[in-house]
Design a protein around this ligand. Structure first.
Ligand SMILES: NC(=O)C1=CN([C@@H]2O[C@H](COP(=O)(O)OP(=O)(O)OC[C@H]3O[C@@H](n4cnc5c(N)ncnc54)[C@H](O)[C@@H]3O)[C@@H](O)[C@H]2O)[C@@H](O)CC1
Ligand SMILES: Nc1ncnc2c1ncn2[C@@H]1O[C@H](COP(=O)(O)OP(=O)(O)O)[C@@H](O)[C@H]1O
Ligand SMILES: [K+]
Length: 497
């Protein structure tokens, strides 16, 4: 896991690293700038491009000055610097690099407060105006400059953070940010890069290691963690030589209506493909032919008004995909909560029924998983005006109800009763199509049936679901849910290799 820190904590780690490595702050800035330049050179190899580095007078600006010098050393022939000296304050690291810049003879131009903004015809802008030191929205000269630069629609590569962007905490509406084509960020993704509100301000980000003290980072025990492939590899259990179908659990999936049988089929297919020993799906009579034709491996219980279910047979139950919210579905959901005390997976219409009958929240078995997308989440827990607020709600509700909450998105957010938030990095826009969530539910259900606890089932489930989609998207620009379900065994094989 990569711990994700707030800006205040990152500054604490900078200071700790400087004191304990030990390294001077100027040498650390040089190391960060070198790391930036290595990444930049990779993505922008044309050394003749007209590049302007815009620098503030803090340490982000200090980085910018060092980067300009290092680019020149790397034979970028057309680099110049514009310094926004909007206040008299500057850091010693900035001033040090200013002296260095002058000694290597790079063109620079100082823009003072209230000055006209000089004309810019560069092909690439490197944004080193403000970084993680931002403490209020841009205004005055900074706002004027950023608006001017945004209107140029030039390729902008931001150093560490796009100028004006909040790295953590609630992002104010109508925020003015220097829009970046790419952010080359130091040490770790900033938490707000992983939330949808970052989308208007950056197309992409890349993390470069600047050698901050890892044990100290770990000791800060951040609640926010980014999942890595190695975590999932470690969590995955092998399939043992003398194992049999009974070893891998029996999952029951209660899903589907005549018009939404696809949800039941996709969910149960994903469950079987993720390796549950047995999968039974509880569907309406009219879906039986479709099930037997498409998935002969899966057993069925026909759902009359209230089906006769032998609850104790199942290692877990999933309820919701395509289930509808009529009276008999609510009765069935209440029956699950009354009769079944082990962890379950609750998705889609089951979440909508709980949203309409909030008393049911208290009846969710301990250790269960709920898998809302944003709309289902807001229906359950109230309207939110920002994703940061949603994260706070995930933390409080996961604890209150002793469940894992998996809030689906580009970087799916998993909250546990212990107050941890895990971000899943896998998945891609080719997967933005109907039924994808039904497949994820099937994957997580399968993992619970196989004996994984809710936290592990969510982490492994979200990761392999997205990774299967990523592998398919190497060749396909649109990936359908059924394809992801069928590809899970191949992804699992790679992860277990
Ligand atoms: N030794 C270190 O601390 C390192 C810092 N690094 C760089 O340093 C950056 C952080 O540097 P700083 O803490 O100096 O901060 P910044 O360079 O981000 O900002 C400078 C100052 O601008 C002022 N400011 C904040 N919001 C403003 C606004 N809206 N309008 C006008 N002025 C505003 C603040 O007084 C702030 O301290 C990082 O993003 C990174 O680029 C890297 O060089 C790695 C090492
Ligand atoms: N742009 C995207 N990037 C990454 N993952 C995506 C993207 N779009 C969709 N997904 C994944 O697909 C799933 C969609 O779930 P959901 O909205 O519930 O779909 P449905 O209701 O159609 O089954 C989630 O797991 C989500 O993370
Ligand atoms: K910046």
């Amino acid at each position: 896991m990569i711990p994700l820190l707030t800006a205040a904590q990152i500054s604490q780690v900078d200071n700790y690293t400087i004191a304990h490595e030990p390294i001077t702050s100027i040498a650390l800035m040089e190391r960060a700038s070198e790391a930036f330049v290595v990444a930049f050179t990779c993505d922008y190899p044309d050394k003749a491009k007209n590049i302007t580095v815009y620098c503030g007078t803090g340490n982000n600006g200090g980085d910018g000055l060092a980067i300009a010098r290092l680019l020149k050393n790397n034979f970028y022939t057309n680099v110049s610097v514009k310094i926004a000296r909007f206040s008299q304050k500057s850091t010693p690291e900035f001033e040090h690099n200013f002296v260095q810049l002058k000694s290597v003879g790079i063109d620079f131009f100082v823009i003072n407060a209230d000055d006209e903004i000089p004309f810019d015809d560069s092909e690439i802008i490197i944004d080193a105006l403000l970084g993680s030191g931002l403490n209020r929205p841009l205004s005055g000269d900074y706002a004027k400059l950023v608006e001017y630069l945004n209107n140029l629609h030039t390729t902008v590569v931001a150093v560490d953070v796009p100028t004006g962007f909040y790295t953590d905490g609630q992002i104010p509406g109508n925020l003015l940010v220097l829009k970046a084509r790419q952010v080359i960020t130091f040490q770790q993704a900033k938490i707000n890069f992983l939330l949808p509100e970052s989308a208007p301000f950056m197309d992409d980000f890349k993390v470069v290691d600047i050698g901050l003290d890892k044990p100290f980072i770990a000791s800060l025990n951040s609640p926010y963690q980014l999942i890595e492939e190695s975590d999932v590899r470690q969590m995955l259990k092998p399939r043992k030589p003398f194992s049999h179908k009974g070893t891998y659990g029996h999952a029951l999936i209660i899903a589907g209506q005549p018009q939404t049988m696809g949800a039941a089929l996709l969910c149960s297919s994903a469950c079987a493909h993720t390796g549950a020993g047995l999968t039974t799906v509880c569907i309406p009579q009219s879906g039986l032919v479709a099930l037997n034709t498409s998935m002969p491996e899966i057993m069925a219980i026909i759902r009359n008004d209230l089906p006769d279910i032998k609850w104790e047979k199942y290692n877990t139950i999933a309820i919701g995909p395509g289930l509808g919210t009529d009276a008999s579905s609510i009765e069935l959901l209440r029956a699950v909560f009354k009769e079944y005390k082990r962890p379950v997976v609750i998705d889609a219409d089951a979440l909508n029924m709980i949203a309409d009958n909030k008393d049911l929240l208290l009846n969710i078995p301990a250790g269960s998983v709920i898998t809302p997308h944003m709309k289902e989440f807001d229906r359950l827990f109230g309207q939110h005006t920002s994703w940061w607020q949603r994260i706070e709600t995930v933390i409080s509700k996961a604890k209150q109800y002793n469940i894992c909450i998996l809030l689906k998105n580009r970087y799916t957010i998993i909250g546990t009763p212990e107050g941890k938030i895990y971000f899943n990095p896998t998945g891609n826009p080719a997967m933005a199509s109907g039924g994808m969530g039904d497949v994820l539910t099937g994957v997580i259900t399968s993992l619970l049936a196989q004996g994984y606890a809710a936290r592990e089932a969510c982490i492994i489930g979200a990761y392999i679901h997205g990774k299967a989609g990523d592998e398919l998207s190497n060749q396909l620009s649109v990936v359908l849910a059924g394809q992801v379900a069928k590809h899970i065994p191949a992804t699992l094989a790679k992860m277990r290799a």
